[in-house]
Design a binder for this molecule. Sequence first.
Ligand code: SF4
Length: 273
Amino acid sequence: MGDFLSQTSTIEWTDTTWNPVVGCTKVSAGCKHCYAERMAKRLSHVAEAAEKRGGSAGRTHHYLKVINNRGRWNGKVGLVDEAVEDPYRWKSPRMVFVNSMSDLFHEDVPLDFIQRVFRSMNDNPQHTFQILTKRPHLAAQFASQLNWTPNIWMGTSVENALVRHRIADLRKINAHIRFLSLEPLLGPLPRLNLRGIHWAIVGGESGPGARPMDPTWVRQLRDRCRNNNIAFFFKQWGGVNKKSTGRELDGELWDQMPFSFLGESGGTTTLRA
Ligand code: SF4
């Protein structure tokens, strides 16, 4: 059985996912159709089946502890001790999305565990780590007790104007790259303040019950990024069948990444198209 907690990712803007924490609690509209929750439900079934057969569920057994019998998050988080040192074992340098199955800055993840996860990232500068949180106020609160080596990128999700305040918290963190995940984009963000931000990812919701995204919202964000010299990545239109809607915007693919991805240093951000 594959290891579902650290694996090659199909997410367009990263290579690998790494999950030292699993489980979460919903905090805002963007969480409604949480992909991690759906995936955790499936993985808890995988674990259950393995255990019924008398075999080992491997790391998937952690999902049994965070999903309730209706297939929803039960509010608990699981600390996956055995995953913390994975980065030391990866041979080739890679782009790593930290905690696709949780939020590293969830209220119940203790600071000393977060510090262990950071140590693992600090000790492995050959890899680039992207942390994305919907709780940047907690990340900002802990920031001075964490070592922000340049290989750690810190981002927050902003799905509509109600959670724009997350950007102010993100700005307080002295990460080499600060980024926004504007996904699933659920409303217009025409005058978004992008000061101190290096990269923006935009995407529509996909899967059952996907909420629509107006193309005008996407163009406004692309133009705002362009005018502010901020890397812009358009991930997908989304919808019930995301393959059919694709990821072209006005006839182009927008795969820009922050300059430092190429190993350059310095505070300014230029683009890699
Ligand atoms: S914060 Fe992320 S992982 Fe947690 S419930 Fe919301 S969408 Fe899911």
